[in-house]
Design a protein around this ligand. Structure first.
Ligand code: TXA
Ligand code: MG
Length: 335
């Protein structure tokens, strides 16, 4: 039994193994997952903390390791559209989006299929399921070996910044999970875009690695489109304070206060920058894809300076900027 004072944590009872992304490492990772253990693995968006989606005990252990509220449903990761169709029902629009963006940073929320293997707990009891085929070769190799849905939230403690490198996973979860597969830095750096396709309608539940305009280009062709107002109800993970560094976040900063850390975009030079505790530019050239890939890593680095707050200069709202600004607003939310 744990002697730790903390109530939210399982005991730090097990060393977290670091597995190579090769045949030996992935055989072990798949064995651990199938045995109900917790394994973090790389995807092109962020590192996921995986559990066998068929195994409610494993899923319960995952919620505990993350300290995640149990009402927050998980994304089931599968290796291809065939396995996705065993888990969920694909109406014409969902099928079109899957064809256009899988493998890739798109999650589709669809009605649960009668043949689904993913357990109720992983879906928080909903009669819908979130499915994604990731574009990372290591993730796909692992999913093929498991041959079943692997549910995976981002591999961070609940409410903390999402991990885009194995070291971030270790920072948050060392001793709480069985292994992490080292697949290097995540290339997209932002979580997947989530689109619900239910009852012949669709809505964007979370902006992410696929820009809204790319979804609209596929969905605009004769598919019905639902208003966005209720989206927070459908995606509980869209709740306000999330992605939170320890430091306060000050958005739209035109100046940097002495001792503040600074997160810049596009070569910005706000007044007071020379007295910043540390300054990092998401993309000196103003490239939003590069900014997305750097976002969570830069936030972690600035947070580690111990500065009380991080001044963030303006990031444009178009393309991937919508998802970047969404994550920054959550990081800035009162908590
Ligand atoms: O890029 C990603 O999506 C990463 C990587 C690891 O794949 N995963 C990720 O998972 O971001 P997570 O758990 O942090 O976010 C999952 C989101 C939550 O906002 C959750 O509420 C929503 O998906 N979700 C899951 N199932 C849902 C459902 N049936 N209906 C609506 N939203 C759902
Ligand atoms: Mg997350």
């Amino acid at each position: 039994m744990s002697r730790e004072p903390s109530t939210d944590a399982p005991p730090r009872s097990r060393p977290t193994a670091r597995l190579a992304p090769d045949g030996v490492g992935l055989t072990e990772a798949a064995r651990l997952l199938r045995a109900g253990r917790l394994v973090a693995f790389p995807t092109e968006t962020v590192y996921g903390l995986g559990a066998d989606g068929r195994d409610a005990h494993a899923v319960a252990a995952l919620y505990a390791a993350k300290g995640r509220p149990a009402f927050n449903p998980l994304i089931a990761h599968v290796e291809d559209a065939d396995r996705a169709r065993a888990e969920g029902v694909f109406e014409p629009l969902a099928a079109a989006l899957a064809r256009a963006f899988w493998p890739g940073p798109l999650t589709l929320v669809v009605p649960l299929a009668a043949t689904a293997a993913t357990c109720d707990l992983a879906r928080a009891g909903l009669d819908t399921i979130a499915l994604r085929v990731p574009a990372h070769p290591v993730a796909l190799d692992l999913l093929r070996r498991v041959a079943g849905p692997v549910v995976a939230p981002s591999a961070n403690r609940s409410g903390r910044v999402s991990p885009t490198a194995p070291a971030h996973v270790i920072d948050d979860l060392d001793g709480r999970i069985d292994a992490v597969v080292d697949g290097g830095p995540a290339s997209v750096g932002l979580e997947s875009t989530i689109v619900a396709c239910l009852g012949g309608r669709w809505r964007l539940l979370r902006p992410g690695g696929v820009p809204r305009a790319a979804i609209e280009a596929v969905a605009g062709l004769g598919f019905a489109c639902e208003a966005q107002e209720d989206s927070r109800l459908l995606a509980p993970g869209g709740l306000a304070s999330h992605y939170a560094p320890r430091a306060a976040i000050r958005l739209g900063a035109l100046t940097v206060e002495p001792g503040e850390a600074a997160l810049l975009f596009g070569g910005a030079r706000p007044a007071g920058l020379d007295d910043a505790a540390e300054a990092l530019d998401l993309s000196p050239s103003g490239d939003l894809a590069e900014a997305a890939a750097n976002l969570f890593g830069h936030l972690r680095r600035l947070d580690r300076t111990g500065a009380g707050s991080i001044a963030v200069t303006v990031v444009p709202e178009h393309g991937l900027g919508e998802a970047i600004n969404d994550r920054l607003k959550r990081a800035a939310a009162p908590r």
